[in-house]
Design a protein around this ligand. Structure first.
Ligand SMILES: O=P(O)(O)OC[C@H]1O[C@H](OP(=O)(O)OP(=O)(O)O)[C@H](O)[C@@H]1O
Ligand SMILES: NC(=O)CC[C@H](N)C(=O)O
Ligand SMILES: [Mg+2]
Length: 504
């Protein structure tokens, strides 16, 4: 779940983009990059690591210009090599750089198409591929400098060829900045503006929190299939560029990915999590009528707002029994299982007095591989808990994700092939309860009833883009399972790491 940002301003944007990326860091911890437009030249810095480690003062000095884009990466395609950090660059036509959040599902078809167009794709990244599709379409416009109409036409053509999930932002030298969202609006994208003495500045970002942090006022969400174009003179144009639109935003943004202080598709992430707590609390009260729970304890950080609401519903005390090490990132988006497993105990530690002799209800937003729940239940018992119950604000996750969450195979999911009792045994809980899918959807939909459906494939196995079959999933499993990634790690370290315009 990467984070993207783009700004067309009237003064240097390097610090603004840096700051925006730091508040989007929770969307990707593997790599970061910024590309600015300094006169007629791009300035690019990208590398593996957190934002604070990738950009040193010397890089920030070089990132001159009042227009730029940025990216934080959580790999879902290709490898985690620094050569696949974003933004990507192509020199023709004009010079284009692009940052992408999401995952394309017709990678092979597009690679073949680009080969016919004599375009070379140097990495396994679907984002590099999408940049080349855009470049090819802009090439077709033929003119010296494409008009807004021609840019929108290029995006329309791209939408006809590219399948999957994408929210993307691109800079085109001498032309402007274009941002677009796939026709299902699976990944989020928001638009904001700031008034200055020289006129308006415009910004797009994955989450509204990035606009807040940069002093931009949120205008609205970019609509599914819509493109936003800000030309070289700072003028804003918008256009619907998809033949058919069906708004199906990813529900996992609300469950886990996004920051609670963001509003996406007019739904407050925080508000949706409180609603998840209300619904799950009601289910616990209904199904565990004679429960003996003494205290509700969240598994920090994402589940805290949900757990507090469950405690309120059940009229039980809420205690922060686990302390989170603020210097350890999110475990779920770490690239390998060994690292994820090791990080749970480094990240969370129990306060014994909150557990000793008590029956505790631990609450998490979701159980995916079970890495967190298995270890945390053990920690609660070690801290002296009598009984440990567990509640998940998301239903059982049994299917791979193909739209930008790195869950490529069912076998890695703890709920795959297991019913609730079997999962309960596996994580060694005294009782386990999951949110129902209808309740989860209702909890998120409440603030924006115009959204009829959410992208919920990890719970249902039904993929909205209609192009996912077992053959696709088998191929994904073969290329991206933890085992497959581990087998490829040697290959990655010998990657030549070609990135144009790199300033080490
Ligand atoms: O079942 P699992 O495979 O362990 O995945 C689910 C867990 O991972 C996430 O936490 P994470 O540590 O990534 O981030 P957080 O601090 O935002 O909760 C999520 O909030 C769950 O706690
Ligand atoms: N999580 C994402 O949005 C990933 C973007 C892109 N597929 C990559 O792997 O770089
Ligand atoms: Mg968590």
């Amino acid at each position: 779940m990467c984070g993207i940002v783009g700004i067309v301003g009237h003064s240097p944007v390097n610090q603004l983009i840096y700051d925006a990326l730091t508040v989007l860091q929770h969307r990707g911890q593997d790599a970061a990059g910024i590309c600015t437009l300094d006169g007629e030249a791009f300035r690019l810095r990208k590398a593996n690591g957190l934002v604070k480690d990738v950009f040193e003062t010397k890089h920030m000095h070089r990132l001159q210009g009042s227009t730029g884009i940025g990216h934080v990466r959580y790999p879902t395609a290709g490898s985690s090599s620094s050569s696949e950090a974003q933004p990507f660059y192509v020199n023709s036509p004009f010079g284009i750089t692009l940052a992408h959040n999401g995952n394309l599902t017709n990678y092979d078809e597009l690679v073949a198409l680009m080969a016919v167009m004599r375009r070379h794709i140097n990495t396994g990244s679907d984002s590099e591929l999408m940049l080349n599709v855009l470049a090819h379409e802009l090439q077709q416009s033929g003119g010296q400098r494409p008009s807004a109409d021609e840019v929108f036409h290029a995006v329309t053509q791209l939408n006809r060829q590219v399948r999957g999930a994408y929210a993307a932002v691109a800079l085109i030298i001498g032309v402007g900045m274009v941002a677009f969202r796939d026709p299902f609006g699976i990944r989020p994208l928001v638009l904001g503006k700031k008034k200055t003495e020289q006129g308006y500045e415009y910004m797009v970002a994955s989450e509204s929190v990035a606009l807040d942090a940069s002093g931009f006022a949120t205008m609205r969400d970019v609509m599914p299939g819509e493109a936003i174009f800000v030309d070289n003179d700072g003028q804003l144009f918008t256009r619907q560029c998809a033949d058919q639109v069906h708004h199906v935003p990813c529900i996992f943004e609300y469950v886990y990915f996004s920051r609670p202080d963001s509003t996406l598709d007019q739904i407050s992430v925080y508000g949706s999590r409180v609603n998840m707590g209300t619904k799950l609390g009601a289910k616990i009260a209904r199904e565990w009528r004679d429960h003996d729970i003494d205290v509700v304890i969240p598994i920090p950080e994402t589940s805290c707002d949900i757990a507090l609401q469950i405690a309120t519903e059940l009229n039980l005390p809420y205690r922060q029994g686990f302390v989170k090490n603020r210097y350890i990132g999110r475990t779920f988006i770490m690239p390998g299982q060994v690292q994820r497993k090791k990080s749970v105990r480094r990240k969370l530690n129990a306060i014994d007095q909150e557990f000793k002799g008590k029956n505790v209800l631990l609450v998490d937003d979701s159980i995916v591989r079970g890495t967190t729940s298995e270890q945390i239940i053990e920690m609660a018992r070690e801290a002296g808990a009598k009984k440990v119950y567990f509640a998940s604000a998301a239903p059982e996750i049994r299917f791979p994700n193909v739209y930008g969450i790195d869950m490529p195979t069912s076998e890695e999911l703890i709920a795959y092939g297991r019913d609730v009792d079997e999962i309960c045994d596996k994580i060694r809980a005294d009782g386990l309860i999951f949110q129902d899918i209808e309740d989860l959807e209702a909890a998120v939909r409440e603030a924006n009833p115009s959204i009829e459906h959410f992208e919920t494939s990890v719970f249902t196995g039904s993929y909205v883009t209609g192009d996912i079959d077992q053959t696709y999933l088998d191929r994904l499993n073969a290329s991206r399972s933890d085992d497959a990634k581990a087998a490829k790690s040697g290959e990655q370290s010998t990657n030549l790491e070609i990135h144009n315009l790199c300033h080490p």
